[in-house]
Ligand binder design. Structure first.
Ligand code: CA2
Length: 167
């Protein structure tokens, strides 16, 4: 085996074994998904979205942890804890997107790359949903693709993390 071939296979081994830990956070009322208001948020349940993300994570070398809370402080605590063992955050903060300086400050303080996602297109809805406190501290936002917003958000987050690792 040439020196070059050894280096190539070593780097392939390293790449394959490197798994990123990602925290998926769901904010208030998202536990009701699939049970109420299917006209706006679709019929997919939160459990189905979580399963979809875990499966997508296997393809992308991402280990997914997920949690949902209806309480702002619980979400803030989860963001703080993520700084200990996670490399990125995917968040749908629900209505807190439009109100929570606390969640915005928590994301800014942990300095973990964060992607904001929304099931609905928040810019096609009421004016109060057009402003996000999270957007300025996120690396990007995906809005309007239903459950697919989460998958696209995970792909974007992993793309960001992998490109940062290799450059
Ligand atoms: O489109 C999104 O993902 C939102 O983050 C959803 C939030 C809303 O406040 C944001 O403006 C946009 C609301 C989540 C509530 O989810 C429900 C699901 C089923 C039934 C009732 C609420």
């Amino acid at each position: 085996m040439t020196e070059r071939a050894v280096i190539t296979s070593l780097s392939q081994m390293l790449t394959q074994e490197f798994v990123f830990s990602i925290l998926v956070l769901h904010g208030p009322n998202l536990n009701l998904l699939g049970q109420r208001e299917p006209g706006i948020y679709g019929s997919v349940t939160l459990a189905e979205i979580n399963r979809l993300l875990v499966a997508e994570g296997v393809k992308l070398q991402a280990e997914i942890s997920h949690m949902q809370s209806n309480h702002e402080g619980v979400l803030v605590d989860a963001i703080h804890s993520a700084s200990q063992d996670k490399q990125g955050i995917l968040i749908n903060a629900g209505a807190y997107t439009h109100t929570s300086v606390a969640i915005r400050d928590a994301i800014a303080s942990v300095k973990l790359p964060t992607v904001e996602v929304h099931l609905s297109n928040i810019y096609q809805r009421e004016a109060f949903r057009h402003h996000s406190y999270i957007a300025p501290v996120a690396i990007g936002q995906i809005s309007g693709f239903g459950a697919e917003s989460y998958r696209l958000g995970l792909i974007a987050l992993m793309h960001h993390l992998k490109s940062r690792t290799t450059t």
